[in-house]
Design a protein around this ligand. Structure first.
Ligand code: ADP
Ligand code: MG
Length: 296
């Protein structure tokens, strides 16, 4: 394509809510045959709500939420925000400020609240401290996950204390977007750190094949998933919103960042979907093919 055609394509992109880093990006956009989609915040809204709490013997729901909520209040993760908001609602008061706090990427949070050493996150996080769920909590967690919810465990002072259920709605534009991407000949793949059951439920809802779901991937391993697909000879686009996705966005042949996401993702991407609407990903690919004359 002529430089003029590329400039026109770039300008049209802006009208469609697509920011393109440079005209050369259109060339890689044209070639992609696989599109890897982060789940949380990309295919789903990322706005989670607390739906249920399950407590261990001797623990009250408000006690569970007060301590878990206090710790999560220090995190910006969508799950953390849901837990903190649910805790404020349940306890009706201000949450204590943690004496110590750390994010454990892809697993949860840990810290100290009112002298208690607390963990909130995946059961793998608890297992690192040799803490295991009692049978009834294990069952509640499995049932929640089978229902397509994200279930997280809470422990303090070396013992499992409860399970919290949160859920995040699929964006109402995601299924249509994935249909459009397929119509352009792309294979959509869902990539997430979340558990397999939740990932499969989301995939089914938006029209991604069960075989094309890659779940329980740690943030630092997302980039390897992209590399592996590239090693199979695929030309890979990656769409993401989180700090977690930045390395994979940079590795992909084409990185698309949600404009509603973090600065780290936007900096790593080649394109920004300004409104956080996945349909703009299909628009971008159509636009580049058209601009470069592969389709009319
Ligand atoms: P995704 O790849 O879908 O954006 P993440 O990698 O951020 O998800 O998180 C993966 C999983 O780790 C979550 O589904 C959750 O089980 C757990 N997790 C991460 N951060 C937190 C947190 N702050 N509180 C509780 N659980 C968390
Ligand atoms: Mg995300």
């Amino acid at each position: 394509a002529t430089p003029t055609a590329l400039m026109v394509g770039t300008g049209r992109g802006a009208q469609l809510g697509i920011l393109i880093k440079g005209p050369e990006v259109l060339e890689s956009t044209r070639r992609v045959d696989t599109i890897v989609l982060d789940k949380t915040g990309t295919v789903t809204t990322g706005r989670m709500t607390l739906l249920a709490t399950h407590t261990a013997d001797g623990v009250t729901p408000s006690e569970l939420l007060r301590l878990a909520g206090a710790l999560e209040n220090a995190s910006e993760h969508p799950i953390a925000q849901a837990v903190a908001a649910g805790a404020v609602k349940e306890t009706g008061g201000a949450l204590p400020v943690p004496e110590d706090f750390a994010n454990v990427p892809g697993l949860g949070v840990q810290g100290i609240v009112e002298g208690h050493a607390i963990l909130v996150g995946r059961t793998q996080l608890l297992a690192e401290w040799a803490i295991h769920l009692p049978v009834d909590l294990e069952r509640a967690l499995a049932a929640a996950e089978a229902a397509g919810r994200t279930a997280i465990a809470v422990a303090w002072d070396g013992e499992a204390r409860g399970v919290l259920e949160v859920a995040d709605a699929v964006k109402d534009t995601s299924a249509e977007a994935i249909g459009r991407l397929r119509a352009l000949g792309l294979t959509p793949i869902l990539l997430t750190g979340d558990n397999k059951a939740v990932a499969q439920a989301v995939a089914a809802e938006v029209g991604i094949d069960a075989d094309d779901v890659i779940a329980e991937v740690l943030p630092q391993d997302k980039v390897d998933v992209v590399k592996k697909l590239q090693a199979q000879g695929r030309s890979v686009a990656m769409v993401g919103d989180g700090v977690n996705d930045a390395a994979a966005l940079a590795q992909a042949d084409l990185g698309l960042a949600m404009g509603t996401g973090t600065d780290a993702a936007i900096e790593a991407g080649d394109l920004t979907l300004v409104r956080g609407d996945l349909r703009a990903a299909a628009d971008a690919i159509r636009l580049s093919r058209r601009t470069l004359g592969t389709i009319r």
